[in-house]
Design a protein around this ligand. Structure first.
Ligand SMILES: CC(C)(COP(=O)(O)OP(=O)(O)OC[C@H]1O[C@@H](n2cnc3c(N)ncnc32)[C@H](O)[C@@H]1OP(=O)(O)O)[C@@H](O)C(=O)NCCC(=O)NCCS
Length: 202
């Protein structure tokens, strides 16, 4: 995201002000490794009872803004219905589910669970970042969190049913097309997987 005119950083005299790419690079290369100003209040924690409405809002907003360009209005509508607060609460109960916060506001989420109940294969669920927070490394942080979870660590293989919108993101995160198939299945998602080389497959 270049020339971000709404950059909240107070250091307006900085030569990188508003240039997110240059700002992040500068902070990464700095010996002090301080977070960039706009990430100072970003944190990740486990889902708690009571988060379901805010998580549902994040997913439904993201579906209707970010995924809209890749899917029909009917498909988006169906997906919104399947992310109600009740369904989120039950999905969170059946997985290890995390939320990302900006201060106290939930702005992203993602979970991991056993693949069809398996102890040796896992599955990523509901990775979403609100549109206005995308492109700031939050999705990468969610994947890092999920890949530090015991459900990822115990599995030799982790799969994700990626939206068409997120395929390039997962490829960047090291996931590969399952069985070499690059096209969406009957559910409109592309199957990708990460196989851990340090793990023995059955
Ligand atoms: C996919 C999604 C979670 C990525 O979150 P994000 O916070 O924007 O991702 P990040 O900023 O952490 O990006 C990490 C890397 O992936 C790349 N990336 C992210 N989205 C990308 C896209 N759509 N196309 C190409 N590259 C992408 C970034 O450029 C970045 O690469 P870099 O580190 O080399 O610069 C977010 O865009 C989203 O919520 N999309 C809509 C919902 C969705 O489809 N979710 C997946 C459901 S399965």
């Amino acid at each position: 995201m270049k020339n971000n005119l709404s950059c909240p950083c107070k250091k307006k005299s900085c030569p990188r002000h508003g240039d997110c790419e240059a700002c992040r690079k500068h902070h990464e290369e700095s010996k002090y490794k301080r977070p960039v100003y706009c990430d100072k209040n970003i944190s990740v924690r486990k889902f708690r009872k009571g988060d379901e409405s805010a998580v549902s809002d994040v997913i439904c907003t993201t579906l209707s803004v970010s995924n809209r360009k890749d899917y029909s209005p009917e498909f988006i509508e169906e997906n919104i219905k399947s992310h109600s607060p009740e369904i989120i609460a039950s999905r969170a109960a059946g997985s290890h589910f995390y939320v990302v916060l900006d201060g106290r506001k939930i702005i992203g989420c993602g979970g991991i669970t056993g693949y069809w109940g398996s102890d040796t294969e896992s599955y990523l669920v509901s990775v979403f970042v609100l549109p206005e927070y995308q492109g700031r490394g939050i999705g990468r942080r969610i994947i890092k969190t999920l890949e530090s979870d015991e459900y990822f660590l115990r599995a030799w293989r982790t799969e994700v049913g990626s939206s068409l919108t997120a395929v390039s993101f997962y490829l960047k995160m090291g996931y590969n097309y399952k069985n070499g198939l690059t096209t969406p299945d009957e559910y409109g998602v592309v199957r990708l997987e990460k196989i851990r080389n340090d793990h023995f497959s059955p």
